[in-house]
Write a protein that binds this ligand. Sequence first.
Ligand SMILES: Nc1ncnc2c1ncn2[C@@H]1O[C@H](COP(=O)(O)OP(=O)(O)OP(=O)(O)O)[C@@H](O)[C@H]1O
Ligand SMILES: [Mg+2]
Length: 392
Amino acid sequence: MPRILLFSGKGGVGKTTIAAATGLAAASTGRRVLVLSLDLAHSLSDAFGLERSLFDHGEGRPTPINENLEIQEIDVQQEVEHRWHDSGNVFSLLLAATGIQDAMAEDLVLMPGMEDLITLLYLNQHAGEDNYDLIVIDCPPTGDSLRFISMPKTLEWYVRKRYGVTPGHDSEIRSDAMAGGLVDMYRGLAGVDALLQDPAQTSVRLVSAPERMVVRETQRAFMYFSLYGLVTDRIIVNRILPEAAGLSSWRRTQAAVIREMEELFAPVPISKIPFYGEEMVGVERLNELAKNLYGSSDPAAPGPSRPPFQLEVDRGRPVITVPVPFTSRSDLTLHREDRHVIVRIGSFKRHLPLPRELVHAPVKSAKIQDGVLRILFEIPDKTRESDQVTPK
Ligand SMILES: Nc1ncnc2c1ncn2[C@@H]1O[C@H](COP(=O)(O)OP(=O)(O)OP(=O)(O)O)[C@@H](O)[C@H]1O
Ligand SMILES: [Mg+2]
């Protein structure tokens, strides 16, 4: 199975550049690498300085950069027309699920969420085929990356809501053409969640900048990715003013912000990239950046990280721990529903599936300690479940 690195961060911070540089560095170690662009406004081929017309994205197919490295900029529109045309209007259904009217959905050529699904399908396909040792994903700005990782769950929720069945137990809904399309898509996505949530396989790398506003967005992204069970193993602070730039008071402010970041995100390492005097386009520039970023270390190796969602035992009682860095108790609500605990923070929520032995266990208490939510369960005795718990 290939390793997967997701590069996410605020708009314009350098995600595409750093994803491309990482791809190059990993390919130079002999790995077979694919850099996959998930951003509709593809700029991956621009980062490599490929001589192409403005709107040529290699027809959405992998394009070789060197012996070990390929890039792929998916053409969502063509995918929908060719590959998913017969599946009924799966996408307008999905859109309806996310609250956008059907009528409107049919008029849109590219609907939000479509590129996420198609990229996930590709990712899953590539992961299964084993043509690559590493897949580097160049994500769109943060909010859209989060929608991307939550998409398989949205699809599952929708199929369950609309058809009353869990995908996989789908023979009953096969007769409905649109549902058939949904089921095909669901099958194509099977296992992708587990892939993304396995820290040995997938790491998130957040690109940031030495500015307080950007750092706050990085903190939120860090929290939301953890909430979804993805592990961030590196934060990259890009465009740090070099000494030669003068501007000493600005540089002091940046240094203070970086120190703060090191405390905030520990033990996740902070890598520092200078503001270069020129645009970082083309293989030579990208190699220079990669050398600065990874030195002689392996660019694909997982870095130190905080553990994801875990089930532990505390004095004989089961405890579920979920990292919720930077979150205070007033930001968080917790609900118990059937086989899940639902954690809601801001506008995001995550369904935490309970292991079988806890399905009937009442929640005893919940608290946040050192950035970790600890949900303590009574020893299962098949008594009634409590509905809502306020974290203490
Ligand atoms: N450290 C750096 N020094 C100088 N220029 C840089 C540096 N990092 C990135 N750039 C340049 O900044 C521009 C934007 O970078 P890039 O496209 O990688 O950002 P992005 O985060 O992918 O943006 P978007 O959110 O639009 O996808 C590019 O022209 C790139 O060459
Ligand atoms: Mg980009």
